[in-house]
Structure formats: structure tokens, C-alpha cells
Design a protein around this ligand. Structure first.
Ligand code: NAP
Length: 279
């Protein structure tokens, strides 16, 4: 696509940013829809983040995604943050408004739930969910599941205090469970989510016995490198429905693309295959 004087600009700020798959993802949509736009990686060191963020309007950018380690800072610096970003405590999508002010949201909860709906239609949301991990991604999962009406979320984490802090922050429907009790916590659950780094390439394996999971339960791994994690393979061997993390990445990108480039993008098979290459 040839860039013109009217090219719509967006990108992703991170440090490091080279590993981000977002330029590939947005580039696919820009090409597919023939949009005069560009989405570029922006390597921004933490001590320059505020300057870079405030510079978006002056440079004519429509906005950007924000990834590690800038997500909390983006929320703090924004002129306006929506309810979801505030509840998650971090922002990943910035929109520059006509007056140059910055509005932020967090689309990870949207991406999580849209992917779940796409991959496991009719998942049992009337039963407890078990969430492994208490980091930033887990906060988005909690917001998504509470908004989806899940009656109870059992969070289990290596560092129990972090799980307790989330339970305190999100109220009585969120329970902290000791890491050693993770297999027993699956009793009666409709959904298991891995929100830790365990099972990712280069990280230790995730060890959890799935025996207590009901046959209609869904297993969702946020890890997508590799795409078919050992957890998902173990779940598939039990004929449980499986959801991988790549779809969450694709769906979370939709609201930003629509805001910056003026078209609702679709998550399609070819897009999925293009992003899955090499995983
Ligand atoms: P984070 O804030 O650094 O949290 C990491 C979590 O993993 C913590 O709960 C940590 O437990 C746990 N953990 C790390 N090493 C462990 C080990 N050896 N044993 C037990 N637990 C361990 O990271 P995050 O941003 O939440 O991301 C978590 C995962 O989600 C990553 O794999 C990330 O790639 C993935 N993710 C995927 C998407 C997507 O779109 N699919 C989006 C966001 C994140 P402690 O609290 O005890 O340290």
C-alpha cells in the first residue's frame, strides 16, 4: 500500500516492541480493506513514554496500542479513561480525539470474551470459573467473566497474596485459592483459564490434573506460543472444548482498528492462519 499525505497513522508503543504481532495483524486488515493507513511499532523507553504519548496528536496519529511496560502509565496519563480500563487498572488502546486529548480503554476483556464466544459457543457461564494467575492479564479476565455473569471466580496463584489482593479488589464473587489446591478447585467449574506464563515456550510447564473438570467444561489458555500448549493438548485428550490465546489477541485489536481506521474489522480464518505462522 502506497502511503499518501492523507494516510491514517496508528501504532503500538512498547519497550521492547519488536516481538509485538500487532503490526502484522493491523497490516493484514489495512491491506485486506484497502485502507490508506499505517500501523507501526514504536519502541518507547519508560522515561520517554509520557512525551511520546502526548506527542501523538502533534504527529497526526489517530492513536495507538500500548503494551508492556506502559499499560498502567497510559491509564494514569489519559485525559479520559472508560470504566473497563479503570476496573482493570491498565489501558492498552489510546484514541486521539479531535481536540488532541487522549481517551483510553482496555480491550483485553473484550478480546477474551469475544474469543470465548467464537470458539466455545454456549460455554457454561452459570458455573464457577477457575483462573490460574494473578497478573495483569488475569485482571482483564476477571472483569470479562464478572460482566458475563459467571457466579464465582476461583483465582489460584503461586503467590497467594496476589490472588487475595484481586479477591479483595473485585468482591465476594472472586475467591483466592492456594496454588496447591488448584486441581481440587476445578470441581464443579465450567471454565478453566490459564493466565500465567506457565506452558509458554521457554517457561516451565503448567502442572495441573484435569480429572475434576466436568465433561462440558471449557479450557482456555492465554498462552499462544506455542499455539497448542500442553494444557490444551491434555484438555483435547479428554474431549474438552479448547480455546487458544491467539484469538484473544486478534479480537482485542478490533476496537482500536475501528476507531483509528474507520472500519469494523473481522477475525477470519485467513487472518488467524497468517498470525499463527511460526507459532
Ligand atoms: P504477569 O502480570 O507477569 O503475571 C504472570 C503470572 O504468571 C503471575 O500470576 C505469576 O505468578 C505467574 N507465574 C509466572 N511464573 C510462574 C511459575 N514459575 N509458577 C507459577 N506461576 C508463575 O503477566 P500477564 O501480563 O498477566 O500475562 C500472563 C500470561 O498471559 C502470559 O503468558 C501472556 O503472554 C498471556 N497473555 C495473553 C494475551 C492474549 O491476548 N492471548 C494477553 C495478555 C497476556 P506470581 O504472581 O506468583 O509471580
Amino acid at each position: 500500500m502506497t502511503l499518501t499525505g492523507r494516510t491514517r497513522l496508528a501504532g503500538v508503543m512498547g519497550w521492547p516492541v519488536a516481538h509485538s504481532r500487532s503490526p502484522r495483524l493491523h497490516g493484514f486488515w489495512l491491506q485486506a480493506y484497502g485502507i490508506d493507513g499505517a500501523y507501526v511499532p514504536l519502541a518507547v523507553a519508560p522515561d520517554r513514554f509520557e512525551t511520546a504519548l502526548r506527542g501523538l496528536a502533534a504527529l497526526g496519529f489517530r492513536g495507538c496500542n500500548v503494551t508492556l511496560p506502559h499499560k498502567e502509565a497510559a491509564l494514569a496519563l489519559a485525559d479520559e479513561a472508560d470504566d473497563v480500563a479503570r476496573r482493570i487498572g491498565a489501558a492498552n488502546t489510546v484514541v486521539v480525539r479531535d481536540d488532541g486529548s487522549l481517551a483510553v480503554t482496555n480491550t483485553d476483556a473484550f478480546g477474551f470474551i469475544e474469543n470465548l464466544k467464537a470458539r466455545a459457543l454456549g460455554w457454561p457461564n452459570d458455573r464457577p470459573a477457575v483462573l490460574l494467575g494473578a497478573g495483569g492479564a488475569s485482571r482483564a479476565v476477571i472483569v470479562a467473566l464478572l460482566d458475563a455473569g459467571v457466579p464465582q471466580i476461583r483465582i489460584t496463584n503461586r503467590t497467594l497474596d496476589r490472588a487475595r489482593a484481586l479477591a479483595d479488589a473485585f468482591g465476594k464473587d472472586v475467591l483466592a485459592v492456594a496454588w496447591d489446591e488448584r486441581a481440587a478447585a476445578l470441581e464443579g467449574a465450567g471454565l478453566l483459564v490459564n493466565g500465567t506464563q506457565l506452558g509458554m515456550a521457554g517457561q516451565p510447564p503448567l502442572e495441573i490434573a484435569l480429572d475434576a473438570l466436568a465433561g462440558d467444561a471449557v479450557v482456555y489458555d492465554l498462552v499462544y506460543v506455542p499455539l497448542q500448549t500442553a494444557l490444551l493438548q491434555a484438555a483435547a485428550a479428554r474431549h474438552l472444548r479448547c480455546v487458544d490465546g491467539l484469538g484473544m489477541l486478534l479480537h482485542q485489536a478490533r476496537p482500536g482498528f475501528a476507531a483509528w481506521f474507520g472500519r469494523e474489522p473481522e477475525v477470519t480464518g485467513p487472518l488467524y492462519a497468517y498470525l499463527a505462522e511460526g507459532l
